[in-house]
Design a binder for this molecule. Structure first.
Ligand code: FAD
Length: 445
């Protein structure tokens, strides 16, 4: 008879796998079980919904369940995968509304249960007004608080890209914003000079930044009213916790899958786990890092879509390998753009690689055309081979295209000399005759 693909989790990775498998093999029976009320939505847009750019968070749903059903993908909302029996190839799912449980047999399983926000162990995290941001319901809960004129003070705990984006959103909604975190720089995945610059941008726009400060408790009676740290007590009407995520793999049987130390499932180039017929993709999985040359945990929507698609193709009998990631990531910090691809100087040092760095600042386009800004690029490259190991960048929005040029150069293992001589576009509104990327590469000694 027909083979059955079961997918647990229905956001970026899960729906990419389901749709690709069905498209490539119409004979497959495809069933998706999603714990929550939505499938196939773009989490990345949630801060921009909260900034006021969208009317409803549900506008972030890319494809409704009915559209998937028409394509032959059965979508079961409010169904949570509870148990997995890898030997008999069955999962137990619970209908979260009726409470009924059923066993579902599969020939292939894609584990795409993503990750949940890490909530710190401290008093008061249960108080109304203390919220993470990961799902549409999370965003709707935050929205209620942001829409309340009594809510004036927003405290952001954690300074990764989500809270940097939320700082802009909360300022746009007319709130007072304080960001508190233990590390000495925001955007801790970047080097210190970039983290410092990002912090300065936030402060220039009115964010009160508390670095090297530890939140110890959240206090309030009926809802949160203040945040207590090792250095002070601050008023808070809304607290957003963004301290990273943890893979949702605790529902899997212990000791059957190869996992990273945080529980993420180790995957190969076809999104396969170590067990036949069991695939993993997205925020619950590890991924091969092309520069680090090891499996890493770097949960991003870009990777989730690719790993899901790769799993679907393999299950449909049309395998195509995925060469891994570079860790390319970009974030808008108020009116500035910060990006990274490959490894940072910190990482190069920790890996004991012989490396050099060069940092240059150049114009985003020619002075003969109005509106040029300054783009700063830092290259990290191998001391002997002169191949690129990483790049970081900050500047106006035009920086984004430079980051992607750098990502392709890294992917192709270019040397700084090769990068310097690439045939990039030039006309005064767009670049300088030697683009800032090439200026950086030429400065590499
Ligand atoms: P998830 O999105 O976590 O989805 C997993 C799904 O599985 C969830 O819906 C969950 O309910 C469900 N589930 C969990 N356990 C079970 C179970 N036992 N049974 C059934 N279902 C279950 N990435 C970028 O690349 N660029 C960005 O700009 C960016 N911005 C972001 C902004 C925010 C605010 C957030 C939260 C994330 C952002 N990301 C961004 C990251 C990106 O959204 C995630 O990497 C992506 O959503 C991962 O997709 P996923 O399908 O692997 O996992």
């Amino acid at each position: 008879g027909n083979e059955t693909l079961v997918v647990a989790g229905g956001v970026a990775a899960g729906m990419s796998a389901a749709a690709k498998a069905k498209r490539e093999n119409q004979n497959l029976t495809v069933r998706v079980y999603e714990r929550g009320p939505h499938v196939a939505y773009g989490q990345c847009g949630l801060p921009y919904y909260l900034a006021g750019h969208l009317e409803r968070a549900e506008e972030l749903v890319v494809r409704q369940p009915a559209v998937f059903r028409e394509q032959g993908v059965a979508v079961h909302l409010f169904h949570e995968a509870l148990e997995l029996d890898t030997k008999n190839q069955r999962i137990v799912v619970a209908n979260r509304i009726s409470g009924r449980q059923e066993k579902v047999a599969y020939d292939h399983l894609v584990i795409a249960t993503g990750a949940d926000p890490v909530m710190p162990a401290m008093p008061g995290t249960h108080l109304p007004g203390v919220l993470p941001l990961k799902t549409i319901p999370d965003a709707e809960a935050i929205q209620q608080f942001l829409s309340d004129p009594q809510v004036k003070q927003v405290v952001l705990v954690g300074g990764g890209y989500i809270n940097v984006e939320m700082a802009e959103a909360a300022l746009a909604r007319g709130k007072k914003v304080r960001l508190i975190q233990r590390p000495g720089q925001v955007l801790n995945h970047m080097d210190e000079d970039f983290g410092k610059a990002a912090g300065e941008v936030l402060e220039r726009h009115g964010v009160r930044l508390h670095l090297k400060e530890t939140v110890q408790a959240l206090e309030g009676t009926t809802r949160v009213s203040q945040v207590v740290t090792d250095q002070g007590t601050y008023p808070a009407d809304l607290v957003i916790i963004a301290l990273g995520v943890r893979p949702n793999t605790r529902w899997l049987p212990a000791n059957e899958f190869h996992q990273l130390s945080n529980g993420a499932l180790v995957t190969d180039a076809f999104s396969r786990t170590n067990r036949d017929h069991h695939f993993a993709a997205g925020d619950c999985a590890g991924v091969y890092h092309r520069i680090r040359k090891e499996q890493v945990y770097l949960p991003l929507g870009t990777t989730a879509n690719k790993q899901g698609m790769i799993a679907g193709a393999c299950i449909a009998g049309k395998p195509q390998p995925f060469g891994g990631i570079l860790g390319t990531a970009i974030v808008k910090v108020m009116d500035r753009t910060f990006g990274k691809t490959g490894i940072s100087e910190k990482e190069a040092r920790a890996l004991h690689l012989p490396f050099e760095t060069v940092t240059v600042t150049g114009a985003s386009h020619a002075g003969s055309y109005p509106g040029a800004g300054k783009i700063t690029i830092k290259l990290i490259y191998h001391q002997h081979y002169r191949t690129l190991l990483g790049a970081q960048l900050r500047g106006p929005v035009e920086g984004a295209k430079r980051l992607d040029v750098l990502a392709v150069a890294l992917q192709q293992e270019m040397t700084v000399e090769e990068l310097a001589m690439t045939d990039l576009s030039y006309a005064p509104p767009y670049a300088t005759v030697w683009d800032v990327v090439q200026v950086a590469a030429r400065a590499a000694k």
